[in-house]
Design a protein around this ligand. Structure first.
Ligand code: FBP
Ligand code: MG
Ligand code: MG
Length: 334
């Protein structure tokens, strides 16, 4: 029988043998994974657990919160404040940062998360997920402030997501490639099911919300028009399209079989750089995609190089198969 490698064992090996992470970071990731197991359980309960539907409140971005947005946020906060490895947390669902209260052990890391990604898919039983990113508190800073979080994505020390789909799968990078674990519900543990994941450089599949086409900027319109023209067009090949409307699920597909994902700036809200959030969604996903050999830009610049100015900052996102991302980026720069 082939030996099963649990997330714990994998992380211990990364710490002790490869020296890819410190003990505190290993424990932090284990706490996040444990919280994801809890969220996964709540998701599978659905209507039985009373977790579907709207919470009747709005988050800082003015979006209506679903019950699961709030439950997932609470599960992550509660698990991690006890963990003892964090100075503070920031979440898509909270206005400001959450400094770990003094009654709990204090640590040096900052954890950011989109507790429940793909909110519009919760009630229709389509894949959703949790996205997380870990930064180190800047050296020499006493206490913890929002400013400590405003670091470019290139400074992340760990990033990952957990997708709650037909399987619950945790994908992780520590900056040495991308690994994948599948939750064994009977054993209650994440088991290593993929190492050194790679995004193919080329693809014939694109993901974008086509209903926004009339609002797009010219470079995005040009790229999609060329895909739609298929064999007879300038690309000389037919393209397929997918849009799940859960970034985790679209990115997971791209990690599995290639593709390009775009949520670009559009004219509906011209003052916002995009819909997706830089710190909770774009940075962790961009790092994962880059670590798997893909690319991620905002059309003009590598996402990981963007200096954030605010916790809830938005960004235009183009990520996935390297050659396609470079093509769309080139269309913006021409
Ligand atoms: O409904 P739209 O406009 O296609 O947007 C879908 C996008 O919005 C998101 O659901 C935003 O995430 P949240 O559910 O965390 O707000 C992405 O996961 C997804 O790619
Ligand atoms: Mg999201
Ligand atoms: Mg969310």
């Amino acid at each position: 029988m082939t030996q099963r490698i649990s997330l714990t064992r994998y992380l211990v090996e990364q710490q002790r043998i490869r020296h890819h992470l410190l003990a505190e970071l290993r424990l932090l990731i284990e706490v996040v994974a444990r919280a994801c197991k809890g969220i996964s359980h709540a998701v599978t309960q659905g209507a039985l657990g009373g977790v579907l539907g709207s919470a009747g409140s709005e988050n800082v971005q003015g979006e209506v919160q679903k019950k699961l947005d709030i439950i997932a946020n609470e599960v992550l906060i509660e698990a991690n404040e006890w963990g003892g490895h964090l100075a503070a947390m920031a979440s898509e669902e909270m206005d400001g940062i959450y400094a770990v209260p003094n009654r709990f052990p204090q640590g040096e890391y900052l954890l950011l998360f989109d507790p429940l990604d793909g909110s519009s898919n919760i009630d229709v039983n389509v894949s959703i997920g949790t996205i997380f990113s870990v930064l180190q508190k800047p050296e020499g800073s006493t206490g913890v402030t929002e400013q400590d979080f405003l670091q470019p994505g290139s400074r992340q020390v760990a990033a990952g997501y957990c997708i709650y789909g037909p399987q619950t799968t945790l994908v992780l990078t520590l900056g040495h490639g991308v690994v994948m674990f599948t939750l064994d519900r009977e054993q209650g543990s994440f088991v290593l099911t993929g190492e050194d994941l790679r995004v193919p450089e080329d693809t014939r599949e694109f993901a974008i919300n086509m209903s926004n086409m009339r609002h797009w900027d010219a470079p995005v319109k040009r790229y999609v028009d060329e895909c739609l023209a298929g064999k007879e067009g300038p690309r000389g090949k037919d393209f397929n399209m997918r849009w799940i409307a859960s970034m985790v699920a679209d990115v997971h597909r791209i990690l599995t079989r290639g593709g390009i994902f775009m949520y670009p700036w559009d004219k509906r809200e011209p003052d916002k750089p995009g819909k997706l959030r830089l710190m909770y969604e774009a940075n962790p996903m961009s790092w994962i995609i880059e670590q798997a050999g893909g690319a991620a830009t905002n059309g003009r610049q590598r996402i990981l190089d963007i200096q954030p100015n605010g916790l809830h900052e938005r960004v235009s996102v183009i990520l996935g198969s390297r050659n396609e991302v470079e093509r769309v980026t080139q269309y913006h720069l021409n």
